[in-house]
Design a protein around this ligand. Structure first.
Ligand code: DPP
Ligand code: ZN
Length: 877
């Protein structure tokens, strides 16, 4: 397989203005008749006389006609990937008829079946598996789609746009015709046909348009769509209020399917979702599920403007729509729930997953320069670091400047397929802010390192911050230039209050949080009129996706934990302090020294715990020790065993020394409150379950009885699954019985069974791999269902570092076996499972050798997909 490069981009030789599709859906074979209105692209004068090349894969071509006349076989060629037609006029219609077999499509890309229903996934390049087309996002056309299928099996027939006609045939088939008035790239095409039930609601837009909202699910799931519907209406309102963006059709449909590679897909007016991000009721879904649904429903809805009305010119620009839309859904969720807690959760995700990616073989810029398989680039870098890049622009421009930039972006580019440069240009032009150096964020991969040195001059009453930046080398980018990094800082006085800030050269103090622009390798910022040595609060709100090392003492961090007015940094101070202490203990453990947790740290945690009721949601975040994955990112050579041992030691020590406080806090919040998914209720449950987690670290009788009591007494899945997880990690005699009982209780709910797989996959008991291997043969495990794979195989490989990285290499062998088993069925999912292998260089020589051996075995396998080949070969480089 060959790499595709951004620098080779050329506009298409031909454009397609109209598409008329006729689907004849069948059990054995599905026929797709397509009529395309095609013309030569005026932007490619050199293309005159070039043949027409259409993309198409796994299509059985029946016929080709041009302007109504069959094309002679010597005038066209068919290869595994293309249909080429010679001697085409300037402007013409091309009709192709192909046959496909959706029932055999296990890759879940193109048209496929899920639970007996037909559905599609076309992003990024799935449309070419449905019909011949110029499958690239800068080819935008108007679609009309006629679907014909057996009425009894497929009573519901859906596509993009408006239903314009429908009818029945005498033989039991029926048909529906949909027309989408908005030109769109083919990756936004969707079709659904099946036996589905729907919930319906309505939304009136600010200009008075009445929109019908429908969520389609399999029969039996109608009772689990309320939260998704509420989330949809809230997103529609929020986009009007915050961005002035209104929905543009009279109908908005969502369909939830059980087999889906990703979370969801923003097809124009017909979103297709993984059931995981639609179905929820308190008995079956956790608080995180509820929050995830709210944000993914919003994300896909927001794509209607950021993605659909303005789309990507090519797939290198993926972050144009994804980074921006993630930023928008993050802001939406912040407005709906707790802003601080949302920010903390997002940063935690970024720091564990994206920072790991940035430090591995698959590291790439937010706008990649090249790819072998685009499906491998739907990554935390493109999505989450991409969102941080947008957030930095928001910080640099301020909310009003940012809104002006968005307005200009839509004014200039509505209906177009554009680039990240176009977006940045709109932002810069609308605000007058110079973003030229800032654009390096799109081009340079790797997580920048900031080091901050502080100096207080008592006599001069000045406080100086010296900030140095370096951007580490990444594959293909050995040398980096300094970036434009927005660093928001505050200074705390001895009483814990923010000091008014005045920089050298300024006439008067302005504000207590200041945006510092770090542009050079080293910058010095001097604050004047500082009455006493302050405590610095650096990178407030995590104003840039960087790693910071600052000369802030443990005592200062403890002070920040108690006093910082910036909630994020109050949490961050605890993480830095905890990380420092745990990494020190890791060194002790490696050197065979006795482990000892400083009492000052226990006291600092105790203070947060005793103050927890002031903001339970925040406390629940602040009381979690840095994760094993995050600690790994802070080490030159990751030592998964030492990290796990030390973190468990610290958990047990905190549990033992603060036991009365954990217990009292648990009891205070364990009372029977009525269920709600308001932020406050979620926060209380999170805090309560965190207390239980600490108590269960001790595994004493009282903890066990509380945990079992919660397991048997709780009705909300959040509480049930938390107690199940603690029991699954324990040696409690009831463990196996409880796990078996959970399955019996929930075997009819696939999404709950996924949780059951996940809990066992992530158990840090030494027998985890043995158990996971057994579970692969469990009747509820289906290798073809991505959610099952993510829960069991992904849960083990990504969520269980200590067992996955077992020194014998058993985890690596297991993962390679599963990747090779998955690849022929679903390459996209197979490649996604390989993340841990792409970071092999972060481990010791012995583990590296074991991982390499597995990768070599993978690469040597004949018939490998480009997806898996790309990750495996890059990981070996
Ligand atoms: N475009 C989808 C999303 O991120 C992924 N296929 O919403
Ligand atoms: Zn998206």
């Amino acid at each position: 397989p060959k790499a595709i490069r951004l620098q080779d981009y050329r506009p298409p030789a031909h454009l397609i203005d109209t598409v008329d599709l006729q689907f004849e859906l069948g059990e054995e074979v599905t026929t797709v008749r397509s009529t395309l209105g095609i013309r030569r692209n005026p932007d490619r004068p050199d293309a005159a006389g070039l043949p027409l090349t259409l993309d198409g894969q796994r299509l059985d071509l029946v016929s080709v006609a041009l302007d109504g006349t069959p094309v002679a076989p010597d005038r066209y060629t068919v290869t595994a990937d293309h249909l080429t037609v010679d001697q085409v006029p300037e402007c013409f219609s091309l009709e192709t008829v192909v046959r496909i077999k959706p029932q055999e499509n296990t890759a879940l890309e193109g048209l496929y079946k899920s639970s007996g229903n037909f559905c599609t996934q076309c992003e990024a390049e799935g449309f070419r598996k449905i019909t011949y087309f110029i499958d690239r996002p800068d080819v935008m056309a108007r679609y009309a789609t006629t679907i014909t299928a057996e009425k009894a099996r497929y009573p519901v027939l859906l596509s993009n746009g408006n239903l314009v006609a429908s009818g029945e045939h005498e033989d039991g088939r029926h048909w529906a015709r949909w027309e989408d008035p908005f030109p769109k790239p083919c990756y936004l095409f969707a079709l659904v046909a099946g036996n589905l039930r729907h919930a319906e609601d309505h939304f009136r837009t600010f200009s008075g348009r009445e929109v019908t909202l429908r969520i389609y699910v399999e029969p039996g799931n109608e009772d689990k769509v309320d939260h998704a519907m509420r989330s949809l209406k809230k997103s529609m309102r929020w986009d009007e209020e915050v961005y002035g963006l209104e929905y543009d059709l009279d109908i908005f449909n969502i369909v939830a399917v059980g087999d889906f590679n990703m979370g969801a897909m923003e097809n124009k007016s017909l979103n297709v979702f993984n059931t995981k991000y639609i179905l929820a009721k308190p008995e079956t879904a956790t608080d995180n599920d509820f929050l995830g649904i709210e944000s993914v429903v919003a994300h896909e809805y927001f794509h209607n403007w950021t993605g659909n009305r303005v789309t990507c010119r090519d797939w290198f620009q993926l972050s144009l729509k994804e980074g921006l839309t993630v930023f928008r859904d993050q802001e939406f969720s912040s407005d709906m729930n707790s802003r601080a807690v949302k920010r903390i959760a997002d940063v935690q995700g970024l720091r564990t997953v994206q920072f790991q990616e940035d430090a591995g073989a698959m590291a790439h810029p937010v706008r990649p320069d090249s790819y072998v398989e685009i499906n491998n680039f739907y990554t935390p870098t493109v999505y989450n670091k991409g969102a941080e890049v947008i957030r930095m622009i928001h910080t640099l421009l301020g909310p009003e400047g940012f809104r002006k930039g968005m307005d200009l972006y839509f004014q200039r580019h509505d209906g177009q397929a554009v680039t990240c440069d176009d977006f940045v240009a709109a932002m810069a032009d609308a605000s007058g802010v110079d973003l030229s150096q800032f654009q390096l964020w799109y081009r340079q991969a790797g997580t920048p390192d900031l080091s901050v040195a502080t100096a207080y001059d008592e006599a001069a009453r000045t406080y100086r911050l010296t900030i140095r930046q370096t951007v580490p080398p990444t594959p293909g980018q050995p040398d980096k230039q300094p970036m434009h990094i927005p660093v928001v800082v505050g200074l705390l006085g001895p009483d814990g209050a923010d000091l008014p800030l005045r920089l050298t050269g300024e006439a008067a103090p302005a504000g207590t949080s200041r945006l510092l622009h770090v542009r050079k390798a080293e910058e010095v910022f001097e604050f004047v009129d500082v009455p006493a040595r302050p405590v610095p609060s650096i990178l407030r709100g995590f104003s840039a996706p960087v790693k910071v090392k600052a000369d802030v003492s443990d005592a200062d961090l403890t002070f920040l934990m108690a006093n910082d007015s910036d909630a994020f940094n109050r949490w961050e101070a605890g993480q830095i302090l905890g990380g420092r202490i745990l990494l020190g203990l890791v060194a002790d453990q490696q050197a065979g020294r006795l482990l000892d947790l400083p009492q000052s740290y226990v006291d600092a945690v105790g203070a947060v715990l005793r103050d927890a009721d002031a903001d339970p949601a925040f406390a629940a975040q602040a009381l979690v020790l840095p994760t094993e994955a995050y600690l790994g990112t802070q080490m030159d050579v990751v030592d998964p065993e030492a990290i796990h041992t030390v973190r468990e030691f610290a958990r047990k020590t905190l549990a033992a020394r603060l036991r009365p406080d954990w217990l009292a806090t648990y009891r205070r919040h364990a009372g029977n409150q009525s269920f709600s998914v308001e932020a406050d209720a979620i926060g209380r449950r999170a805090l309560k379950n965190l207390c239980l987690a600490y108590l269960m670290a001790l595994e004493d009788e009282e903890a066990l009885s509380l945990c079992l009591g919660q397991y048997h007494g709780a009705t909300a899945m959040t509480d049930v699954i938390a107690s199940l997880q603690f029991l699954s990690n324990s040696n409690a005699p009831q463990r196996d019985e409880v796990l078996a009982g959970f399955y019996e209780r929930w075997k009819g709910e696939p999404l709950v069974v996924d949780k059951w797989f996940g809990v066992q996959a992530m158990s840090y008991r030494p027998d985890a791999l043995e158990r996971v291997t057994e579970l692969l043969k469990h009747p509820a495990f289906e290798i073809r269902n991505p959610n099952k794979v993510y829960a069991l195989i992904g849960g083990f490989a990504n969520g269980n570092p200590v067992r996955f990285h077992d020194a014998t290499g058993s985890g690596y062998r297991f993962l390679a076996d599963q990747v090779l088993r998955l690849d022929p069925m679903n390459p996209q999912v197979a490649a996604r499972m390989m993340g841990p292998f792409s970071r092999l260089r972060r481990y010791d020589a012995a583990r590296q050798a074991l991982m390499k051996a597995q990768l070599e075995r993978i690469v040597a396998t004949p018939g490998l997909s480009p997806d898996v080949f790309e990750v495996a070969s890059k990981s070996l480089e």
